[in-house]
Design a protein around this ligand. Structure first.
Ligand code: FE2
Length: 212
């Protein structure tokens, strides 16, 4: 009998975790955002991204509220995050003063069309006001089509309020049309990836090490 080997190539990882002491932090996170420019009957969702280009005045307060929840993932990231899917680079997460952050709130009929956040970041969504029984989470699209049908697969995380969902910034994603009378509010942030102090490692060495 012929022995046939196989392997899965082009792996893609996404991550999710829950913020501790959520109810206490939820109110603090809502209090620091200025929603005064929100127009509930607008076809467009509220977003403070364009006012500050992702550098809101509340960033430091926001980070302080979530410090423990973020530091466990972004300040000691290597063992948790690094995998064999990207041989050749020793990557680390850039200092928080390079992060960008914005808040969006969706009312009935509003949505955010398909887009990505560019190359070189880890992107994250914190579900700040989110009823998992009524609301759609972020919808992500596969970066490559199904090899038979040509269709692009989609994925919606099983998110609950207080969860942080993280994905590669290059992935296309959208916020589907909001169908609920309850608002959905999220905070999105981008964490740049940089080379670590040890710089580049040899792609060939890493590929040999990880080759199955
Ligand atoms: Fe986005």
């Amino acid at each position: 009998m012929r022995k046939v080997s196989n392997q899965t190539i082009f792996p893609l990882k996404v991550y999710k975790w829950s913020v501790d002491n959520w109810e206490e932090k939820k109110q603090k996170l809502l209090d620091i955002v200025d929603f005064s420019k929100e127009k509930e009957d607008s076809p467009n969702a509220f977003s403070d991204f364009h006012d500050t280009v992702g550098k809101p005045s509340y960033f430091d307060k926001w980070y302080e509220i979530l410090r423990d929840d973020l530091s466990s993932a972004f300040e000691e990231p290597v063992s948790i995050w690094q995998d064999k899917s990207n041989p050749g680079f020793n990557l680390q997460y850039a200092e928080k003063d390079t992060w960008t952050l914005w808040t969006q709130r969706y009312r009935k009929g509003q949505s955010h069309p398909v887009h990505n956040h560019g190359v070189g970041f880890i992107s994250a969504v914190l579900y700040l006001e989110f009823d998992y029984k009524e609301h759609f989470p972020t919808k992500l699209y596969s970066p490559y089509p199904d090899t038979f049908s040509g269709c692009f697969g989609t994925h919606m995380p099983n998110a609950q309020e207080g969860d942080i969902f993280v994905f590669p910034s290059i992935l296309l994603h959208e916020s589907p049309f909001h169908m609920s009378d309850k608002p959905k509010t999220i905070q999105a942030f981008n964490v740049p990836l940089t080379f670590s102090d040890s710089g580049l490692v040899s792609p060939r060495d890493e590929m040999y090490k990880s080759h199955v």
